[in-house]
Design a protein around this ligand. Structure first.
Ligand code: FAD
Ligand code: NAI
Length: 466
C-alpha cells in the first residue's frame, strides 16, 4: 500500500497549494481529486471563468459606449460562442498549470472520491474500477463548498441556474432575475447586463453586499443602478413557475406581505455557498462539525481527530481562494513542524465589477459594534487627476484608523482597479501601519493609488487635493 506523509483531499486553491508547500518542505505528498481537472471551484467554475467573462464583457461595453468619447469609432458585435470559448481556453490554461505544478513538485495524484477510512487511511473510489486505500500520516481535507439552494426551486442550469450555469448560457437572456445581491449575483449579473440582459437583483436584506461597509454598499448600488441594473431589496423569491415558456417568479417582501409575480427568461440563484463534506466519512471518523456544517478546527487547522486537518471553504472564515491558499501553506508548515500562521485581520476581498469594490479589515459598523474609537479619512476619485482624465471618477477610498494610535483598522474602496490597489494597504496592515505611514509614503503621479495616500492624509484632516 502506498504510504505518504501528507494526503490532501481536494485540489482547489486550498488543496493544491497545501500539497505544493508540503512537497517543498520535503514531505511525501499525494492529492485526491474527484473532478476530471485540478484547481477546484476557483479555477473550473469560479474565480477564473467569471473573471474571463467580466474582462471580456467589460471591454465589449467599453467598446460600445466609452470608446466614442475618446475619438475611437467602433461598432462591436457580440459573438457569445467565441466569448465563452475565450473563457474556456483561460480555464484550460489555468487547470493545466496546476497539473504541471503538481508534477513538478513530484506530488502523486489520485482520481476519485476520497474519504477518511480510519486513522491514517484514505480510501479512493474512482468513477469506474476498484477502490483503493493509501496510508497518510496527515490528512488535509480541502473539499471546498457547494451552492446553497432555495427550497422548492429546482436548479436545472438552463433556465434556473447557479453560478455554474451563468458561466455557460448559450444565449443572452432578455430578462435575468438574480436572487441574492452578494458577490456572485453582482459579478455575474454585471456580465449579462453588459451583454444585453435586463437584470433585476432581488436581495433579502436592506442593502446589497451586506458584509461590506454600509457607505460602500449604498454608493455601489447607486452606481450599478446608473448602469441599468434594477434592485429589489428587502425582498425574497418564494417560487419559480417553470411550466410555461416564460418563467413566472413570485416575489414577496422579506418580512411578509403581498406577493407579486414577475416574468423572467432566466433566474440565477446566488444566495451563498455551504461547506462540502459529503461522502468524506467524517462522521464515522468522529470529526466534529459546527452548527453550519463546517469542519471544526483549532487555529492550527487541526480537527478534533489527531492527524486530520482541514482548510479553505470547508472551515470557518470568508470563502475566498486566497484565504484557502494561505491556510494551505500554513497547514503544510505546521505539519512539517514549522510555525504556519494566517492573519485573519488582513484578508482582502474584491468584487470584480466595474467599478471594483475592495476592502480589508473592519467596517465602520464593526468598529462601532466593537466599541473602538476611530477616525475616518476619505478621498473621492472625482478629485484624483488620473481618474479625472480617464473619466473613471465613480467611487472613493475610505481609511479607518484607531483614534488614539492611528493604526489602520480597515480600508474600503470603490473605483477603477481598486482590487489591485487594496494590496498596498493590506501589506501596510500586515506590518501594523498607521495612516501616517501611508500618508508619508511617496505615491507615483499620476496614478489612481494617489487616492489611497490622500485618504490617509484625510484621516488627519490634511488631504491636499480636496
Ligand atoms: P474548492 O475550490 O471548492 O475545491 C474543492 C475541491 O475538492 C474540488 O476540486 C472538488 O472536486 C474536490 N472534492 C470535494 N470532495 C472531494 C472528495 N471527497 N474527494 C476528492 N475530491 C473532492 N474567490 C476569490 O477569492 N476570488 C474570486 O474572484 C472568486 N470568484 C468566485 C466566483 C464564483 C462563481 C464562485 C462559485 C466562487 C468564487 N470564489 C472566489 C470563491 C472560491 O472559488 C473559493 O473560495 C475557493 O475555490 C475555495 O477553495 P477550496 O480549496 O477550499 O475549495
Ligand atoms: P454571498 O453570501 O456573497 O451573497 C448572497 C446574498 O444573497 C446575500 O446578500 C444574502 O443576503 C442574499 N440572500 C440570501 N438568501 C436570500 C433569499 N432567499 N432571497 C434573496 N436574497 C438572499 O453569496 P454568493 O454571492 O452566492 O457567493 C458565495 C461566496 O462565493 C461569496 O460569499 C464569496 O465568498 C465567494 N465569491 C467570491 C468572489 C470574489 O471574491 N470576487 C466572487 C464570487 C464568489
Amino acid at each position: 500500500m502506498a504510504a505518504y506523509d501528507v494526503v490532501v483531499i481536494g485540489t482547489g486553491p486550498g488543496g493544491y497549494v497545501a500539497a505544493i508547500r508540503a512537497a517543498q518542505l520535503g514531505l511525501k505528498t499525494a492529492v485526491v481529486e474527484k473532478w476530471p481537472t485540478f484547481g477546484g471551484t476557483c479555477l473550473n467554475i469560479g474565480c477564473i471563468p467569471s473573471k474571463a467573462l467580466l474582462h471580456a464583457s467589460e471591454l465589449y461595453e467599453e467598446a460600445g459606449h466609452g470608446f466614442a468619447d475618446m475619438g475611437i469609432g467602433v461598432d462591436p458585435k457580440l459573438d457569445l460562442a467565441k466569448m465563452l470559448a475565450f473563457k474556456d481556453e483561460g480555464v484550460d490554461g489555468n487547470v493545466k498549470g496546476v497539473e504541471f505544478l503538481l508534477k513538478k513538485n513530484k506530488i502523486d495524484t489520485y482520481r476519485g472520491v476520497g474519504a477518511v477510512a480510519g486513522p491514517g487511511k484514505v480510501k479512493i473510489t474512482p468513477e469506474s474500477g476498484d477502490a483503493q486505500e493509501i496510508d497518510a500520516k496527515s490528512i488535509i481535507i480541502a473539499t471546498g463548498s457547494d451552492i446553497v439552494r432555495l427550497p422548492g426551486i429546482e436548479i436545472d442550469e438552463k433556465r434556473v441556474i447557479s453560478s455554474t450555469g451563468a458561466l455557460t448560457l448559450s444565449k443572452v437572456p432578455k430578462r435575468l432575475i438574480v436572487v441574492g445581491g452578494g458577490v456572485i449575483g453582482l459579478e455575474l449579473g454585471s456580465v449579462w447586463r453588459r451583454l444585453g440582459s435586463e437584470v433585476t437583483v432581488v436581495e433579502f436584506l436592506d442593502r446589497i453586499l451586506p458584509p461590506e461597509d454600509g457607505e460602500i454598499s449604498r454608493q455601489f448600488e447607486r452606481i450599478l443602478k446608473k448602469q441599468g441594473m434594477t434592485f429589489r431589496t428587502k425582498t425574497k423569491v418564494t417560487s419559480v413557475d417553470t411550466s410555461g415558456k416564460t418563467l413566472k417568479v413570485t416575489l414577496e417582501p422579506a418580512e411578509g406581505g403581498e406577493a407579486e409575480v414577475v416574468d423572467a427568461d432566466v433566474v440565477l440563484v446566488a444566495i451563498g455557498r455551504r461547506p462540502y463534506t459529503e461522502g468524506l466519512g467524517l462522521e464515522a471518523a468522529g470529526v466534529e462539525m459546527d452548527e453550519r456544517g463546517r469542519i471544526k478546527t483549532d487555529d492550527h487547522f487541526r480537527t478534533n481527530i489527531p492527524g486530520i486537518y482541514a482548510i479553505g471553504d470547508v472551515i470557518t472564515g470568508p470563502m475566498l481562494a486566497h484565504k484557502a491558499e494561505d491556510e494551505g501553506v500554513a497547514a503544510a508548515e505546521i505539519i512539517a513542524g514549522q510555525a504556519g500562521h494566517v492573519n485573519y485581520e488582513a484578508i482582502p476581498s474584491v468584487v470584480y465589477t466595474y467599478p471594483e469594490v475592495a476592502s480589508v479589515g473592519r467596517t465602520e459598523e464593526q468598529l462601532k459594534a466593537d466599541g473602538v474609537a476611530y477616525k475616518v479619512g476619505k478621498f473621492p476619485f472625482t478629485a484624483n487627476g488620473r481618474a479625472k482624465v480617464n473619466r473613471t471618477t465613480d467611487g472613493f477610498v475610505k481609511i479607518l484608523a484607531d483614534k488614539t494610535t492611528d493604526r489602520v483598522l480597515g480600508v474600503h474602496m470603490i473605483g477603477p482597479d481598486v482590487g489591485t490597489m487594496i494590496a498596498e494597504v493590506t501589506l501596510g496592515m500586515e506590518f501594523g501601519a498607521a495612516a501616517e505611514d501611508i500618508a508619508r509614503t511617496c505615491h507615483a503621479h499620476p496614478t489612481l493609488s494617489e487616492a489611497v495616500k490622500e485618504a490617509a492624509l484625510a484621516v488627519d484632516g490634511r488631504a491636499i487635493h480636496m
